[in-house]
Design a protein around this ligand. Structure first.
Ligand code: SF4
Length: 360
């Protein structure tokens, strides 16, 4: 953690703010140039930024005003709050959404290296310091998990990875780490749209252990890899049993089967920098039309189920965040598939080969 006398007044629960602030600038070529800063507040004080926009995840909206006030005071910069919460490092505001702003601060996410930025952006990961590696490794032993196991973690708990790996090894359990592809900032990391760190090692392990909280990533992993996925909650120390992958896939195949008669397809395309797959959408439209189906692109920023009410489509294929179709499709007035599922529905891919919609 950065030691910085000027930040000594920061309340303890905001301390993660001054850790690991990482600035990325768009750069002339559109490539990103990461520089790990000495801490968010110091970086802001040393900058020429007059106004920054702060975006927080939905789980932190109650504290957003307090975060803004702290950044304003400690960073000596004007702060505007972005009302739209971020779901990932993929949906930060465009310059048009935050006019007059010199830089962005995105809380709770690591950068997505292959997403082009349009403003200098600080991703503040807010790593959690909790979790006892030895007692968590004891939990794995107590539950007789197989070895080797693949290890996957949310960004908040990445600091636990090395000690947990060592503690498990000392107890005879090998934890294997995958590097992942260019959408991941770290090896071992999970993104809800990209589990390539797990996919790369799936053939070498008996299953996976996900270190983190909630069901979002275990569900995504279960879609992505045909291996049991245990969830190890570093805060409670509980090990959750694998979720029923067969049922997840069965439910999706039922939905795909329902869509086989669909004639009019809406192809959903997001304008968010890290969710825009226009080339994929165009390729899907071409494939649908080649099979005599109607297909039309529908462009949006954040998708609201009300936006799809009253439209003349039989079904949708969503090229934006894959988790909208996988986790929230029941909220929408018509069935919604991912691109690989769409290809199964129109007969381009066999039903027997279910594939997770990995966003590369
Ligand atoms: S596309 Fe979806 S899963 Fe991927 S980072 Fe964005 S919100 Fe998360």
């Amino acid at each position: 953690m950065t030691t910085d006398g000027a930040t000594s007044g920061v309340p303890a629960h905001l301390a993660p703010l001054i850790e690991r602030a990482e600035e990325r600038s768009p750069g002339a070529s559109g490539r990103v140039f990461p520089t790990v800063g000495p801490g968010l507040f110091e970086a802001l004080r040393d900058s020429t930024f007059r106004r920054v926009a702060l975006q927080v995840p939905a789980g932190l909206t109650r504290q957003a005003r307090e975060f803004a006030e702290t950044i304003r005071t400690e960073g000596r910069v004007d702060v505007v709050l972005v009302a739209r919460a971020c779901f990932g490092a993929c949906d930060f505001p465009s310059p048009d959404e935050v006019p007059g702003v010199d830089a962005l601060i995105v809380l709770g996410h690591s950068p997505i290296p292959n997403v082009r930025l349009t403003l200098p952006t600080y991703f503040v990961e807010m790593r959690h310091p909790g979790g006892d590696a030895n007692s968590l490794a004891d939990t794995l032993v107590t539950h007789h998990v197989p070895s080797p196991l693949g290890l996957v973690a949310s960004v908040q708990h990445l600091d636990l990875v090395a000690p947990l790996e060592a503690a498990a090894r000392a107890r005879g359990i090998e934890l294997v780490i995958g590097q992942g592809d260019h959408r991941l900032a770290y090896p071992v990391q999970a993104l809800g749209c990209n589990y390539t760190s797990a996919e790369q090692i799936a053939g070498r392990v008996e299953g996976f252990v996900f270190v983190g909280t909630g069901q979002f990533h275990p569900r995504g992993l279960a879609f992505a890899v045909d291996r049991p996925v245990w969830t190890l909650d570093p805060l409670t120390g509980q090990l959750e049993p694998p979720i029923d992958r067969a049922k997840l896939i069965r439910d999706r195949l039922l939905l795909i089967a329902q869509c086989r008669e669909a004639r009019k397809w809406g192809v959903l395309v997001s304008t968010f920098a890290g969710q825009n797959r226009s080339p994929t959408a165009l390729a899907l439209i071409r494939k649908a039309r080649a099979r005599g189906l109607d297909a039309e692109a529908l462009v949006f920023g954040r998708l609201d189920p009300a936006d799809l009410l009253g439209r003349d489509f039989d079904a949708y294929v969503n090229t934006a965040c894959p988790r909208i179709a996988l986790d929230d499709s029941s909220l929408y007035p018509r069935p919604m598939l991912t691109p690989p599922e769409f290809l199964q529905a129109i007969g381009e891919r066999p039903l027997s080969e279910y594939r997770f919609d990995t966003y590369h």
